[in-house]
Design a protein around this ligand. Structure first.
Ligand code: NAP
Length: 308
């Protein structure tokens, strides 16, 4: 017989773990399914300075260990390495199918976050793990004393370029425009960092090498000039793609695949809520994911009580 819950949270990042804390405190029988280990995207960030309560900043891993520790201390059941493959709507509740089993639940909070967008250029897949990386915190140490490129001009690209600058000989930030999208405070730090050189109005068109990456080929977005650049590694931060395929038609999405919600974080299907980076919103931060987790949990609790 399949296990039965009142609430299932899909995803163990800041939104999912916060939802777990709120649901447990409300006495709701809850299971959190996580495809890897709890923590979510912040575990790949070396140093977090904009989450309140930590005046000196804190590592993403340490912060998320505090989140999951608090959720577990309250009694939240977390199933690790349990990737959700599909959700089926029944007469009253839902069946959530994972790689190793099915669970029945009355309500769902989708907090499955995002994965890094790919460049989609020749060489990107071939050199994955041989010079191409989407995680400087995980792989930066392999490039100690070497030269690397960071692709992108958003917060992730700049934060990770700054952290790589402590390890490597040189970081090229390659951006397709001539101004950055990242927060001003991060931009100013990057402009001051001597190991960082900006290559403006350039887009990558090919990765070349033998066993490992040897160069990246760039195209000037204005003049169309081709520029080969010798690098040992390429870190890609060109945005994020939400993990929602397992929901089929149960939710409405925008053009980027992010889930539409109302003020209560309800999706188009009664009983399914979305929280954190996975939904359409203006600011994707840990602080906003935490707010979403709390809101979605309270909305689901009210739904279970028949109030919503
Ligand atoms: P992002 O904000 O969407 O930035 C993506 C960057 O990649 C943009 O500069 C974009 O250029 C560029 N880009 C997009 N497609 C490209 C392509 N095909 N080729 C080359 N360049 C391309 O993504 P993100 O930096 O990963 O951040 C994701 C979210 O997490 C954001 O909401 C961000 O604020 C948040 N975040 C916050 C922090 C923090 O607060 N410390 C840290 C990390 C992430 P254009 O600018 O020209 O569009």
């Amino acid at each position: 017989m399949e296990e039965s819950y009142d609430a299932i949270i899909i995803g163990g990042g800041p939104a999912g773990l916060t939802a777990g804390i709120y649901l447990l405190r409300a006495g709701v029988n809850t299971l959190l399914l996580e495809k890897m280990l709890p923590g979510g995207a912040p575990v790949n960030t070396e140093h977090i300075e904009n989450y309140p309560g930590f005046p000196e900043g804190i590592s993403g891993r340490a912060l998320m260990d505090l989140f999951s520790g608090q959720a577990r201390a309250l009694g939240l059941s977390i199933k690790e390495f349990s990737e959700v493959q599909g959700v089926e709507k029944g007469e009253k509740g839902f069946t959530v199918k994972t790689v190793d089993g099915s669970y029945y639940t009355k309500g769902i909070i989708v907090a499955s976050g995002c994965e890094p967008a790919k460049m989609g250029i020749p060489g990107e897949n071939e050199f994955l793990g041989r010079g191409i990386s989407y995680c400087a915190t995980c792989d930066g140490a392999f490039f100690r004393g070497l030269e690397v490129a960071v692709i992108g001009g958003g917060d992730s690209a700049i934060v990770e370029a700054l952290s790589l600058a402590h390890l490597v000989k040189k970081v090229y930030i390659i951006h397709r425009r001539d101004s950055l999208r990242a927060q001003k405070i991060l931009q100013e730090r990057a402009f001051r960092e001597k190991k960082i050189e900006f290559l403006w109005n350039k887009r990558p068109i090919e990765i070349k090498g033998k066993e490992q990456i040897e160069s990246i080929v760039l195209e000037d977005t204005k003049t169309k000039e081709i520029l080969p650049l010798r690098v040992d590694g390429v870190f890609v931060y060109i945005g994020i793609k939400p993990n929602t395929a397992f929901l089929g038609d149960l939710v409405d999405r925008d053009g980027g695949g992010f889930i539409y919600t109302d003020n209560a974080l309800s999706t188009k299907t009664k009983g399914i809520y979305a929280a954190g980076d996975v939904r359409v919103k203006t600011l994707r931060q840990i602080s906003t994911a935490v707010g979403d987790g709390a809101t979605a949990a309270v909305s689901l609790e009210r739904y279970l009580l028949g109030d919503q």
